[in-house]
Design a protein. Sequence first.
Length: 515
Amino acid sequence: MSMSNTQLPPASSHNPELRGRVLVVAGSDSSGGADGLAKTQSRGLEADQKVLAAHGCYAMTATTALTAQNTLGVDDIYHIPADFVKEQIDAVFKDIKPDVIKTGMLASAETIAMVARAFGSYDVNRLVLDPVMVATTGKQLLPSEAVHDLRELLLPQTFIVTPNIPEAMQLLTLPGKEPPEIRNVDDLEELGRSLLQLGPEWVLVKGGHTPFKADGTVAQTDEEKELVYDVLVSADSVTRIKGAYQKSKNTHGTGCSLASAVAANLSMGLHPIQAVKAACAYIEAAIRFAPGYGEGNGPLNHFHSMYTLPFAPDRFVDYLLDRPDVAPVWHKFVNHPFVLAMGSGELPQESFKNYLIQDYLYLVHFARANALASYKAKSMEDIAAGAKIVTHINTEMSLHLDYCASFGISKEQIEATEEHQACTAYTRYVLDVGMSSDWLALQVALAPCLLGYGAIGQALHDEKNLATKREGNTYYKWICNYVAEDYVEAVEELVKIFIHGTKMEIGFWEMFPSA
Ligand SMILES: Cc1ncc(COP(=O)(O)O)c(N)n1
């Protein structure tokens, strides 16, 4: 086994966030039908797009044929006129130019000729060609006469061709030449090398159809099936990718999906050897986690390694507060009679005085907890965010002191006051979460205060809120404090921290290969 040292420039140097744009030229597969996380369609364009989406790539399509098929077989094929296939390719190239092209079912000799001409005119140099000929369920998807055109017109333009063993044999079946026999892994390599002669830069022979025994020879019985080999060859390298044989009926579309995963990885700038290895690992897991739908050979799970957050970016707080388990308790907090009485100005002054003192004592510990968050943070960004909130708390406390002074209560008197049990319980709970859990848990424990006061301030301050008394309301200055820019900024900071923390959680999982 040797590794090629060829370093290719990244295919996509445009926007690292968008991981490459891939044009798929293939047939559509009606099977499955349902959309969703696990109910993935198995083959054709639909599978290709799901693989690309799962890799974070941008997929475009040129449809060559529509098929009526399910997990049991292909009932019918409707060919899209070759001219129209070309129009689709032209439209894509005129606008969002693809980094990589992947072809699947090309359906007819006419379409192959048209596609080959189009690729020639656009100087395509990253073509992943999956030479789809016969469906696993048996139907001929490309007339056998057209195999000649595939070989002559497209293989010379191909970067990586990805045949399974029967397809490789058909491509090599030339008049007067016997295709090689597969007895062991060396023969797979030989098959790949023979295909290289037809023009592609790389050949990936997919060995899934021919499982091997542990000793590297072809298995003769089901019991002997232990290993599968995919073999990648180029002019100066051979890479064998060994996998455990998986006894599964859910293997349909593995060919399409593997080639699409290779295309996705190439579009992100991976070297072909890495691109193929990663794609094989992805497919192995897609089979392992297949949902098992259908009567026949069922679909894969293309999204096995993706996890999704139940909210759009920047929408965590909306999501949280709308949840049925959060909404009632949140409503009770922000619409508490104490709050409403502040808005209307009817709150007894004695209550407000006591609240101010307790809130001052609370804020001392709230500042400590934020300082602890800074201590627990791992990046300067998060340390600074914690420090910023501490500074804000300090400003907020001067408002408490001003109010108290106007009531004749000094700072010394505030600090000498005994904490209420509710204040002790709440502040020490937050600090305990901070001490015993991680930074993110601490942020969540801190969130109700910051978010709640922001929400309360906004609701009471809102011009449309007729219950709020603005003139002659002792507490109105208090309300205004929580819509002031620095407070709103502190809330925004918290949301950013939470999103950042969520991303760090994602990063943590990403340390470990999930496929
Ligand atoms: C539209 C379309 N494209 C490709 C295949 C091959 O996939 P499989 O080998 O799983 O039948 C297919 N059956 N249908």
